[in-house]
Design a protein around this ligand. Structure first.
Ligand code: THU
Length: 159
């Protein structure tokens, strides 16, 4: 038998350590929580997508009385960005979550389905997507969606 381990590297930053472009991206993700439609969970999530031409698209989670019909902020934002500018690569995403009157101090991480969508966009444009997960105490940075979803199913798998 042989075994193999896959490691995920996470960089941890304070807000002040980030450059202006990423600070701005995180601010857009934080602002987007205001637009969250989350009457069932009360958990408001904002996501902001940065394109390689500098454009930012932001969006929030949208829930539904039929629970599985709702969608996470990351996928609403990603599908919005890709449908507005289908030829432009995504370079980064920022995510912020707000509940019970405050942003979380420790970041949340995208769900499995969102990771799959992030990987698809990464493969589609052939560029790793920088992921910034906002918390008031610390910000997690993951260099590439495949770090969050190792050994994943991609278009090559279909061949
Ligand atoms: N949610 C997101 O929008 N993004 C995440 O990364 C985790 C969860 C949403 C889905 C649902 O509307 C609410 O948060 C509670 O799960």
């Amino acid at each position: 038998m042989k075994s193999q381990s896959i490691e995920t590297k996470i960089n941890i930053y304070t807000f002040d350590e980030l450059n202006l472009e990423i600070k701005n991206l995180i601010s857009r993700a934080k602002s987007a929580v205001i637009t969250s439609y989350s009457p069932y969970s009360g958990f408001k999530v904002g996501a902001a997508i940065l394109l390689e031409n500098g454009t930012i698209f932001s969006a929030s989670n949208q829930e539904n009385a039929a629970y599985p019909s709702g969608l996470c902020a990351e996928r609403v934002a990603m599908f919005y960005a890709n449908s507005q500018q289908p030829q432009t690569a995504v370079t980064a995403i920022a995510v912020a979550a707000y509940t019970k009157g405050d942003f979380l101090d420790t970041p949340i991480s995208p769900c499995g389905a969102c990771r799959q969508v992030l990987v698809e966009t990464e493969v589609r444009f052939g560029k790793p997507i920088d992921i910034y997960l906002f918390g008031t105490k610390e910000i997690f940075h993951i260099k590439g969606a495949q770090q969050l979803l190792p050994f994943c199913f991609v278009k090559e798998s279909l061949k």
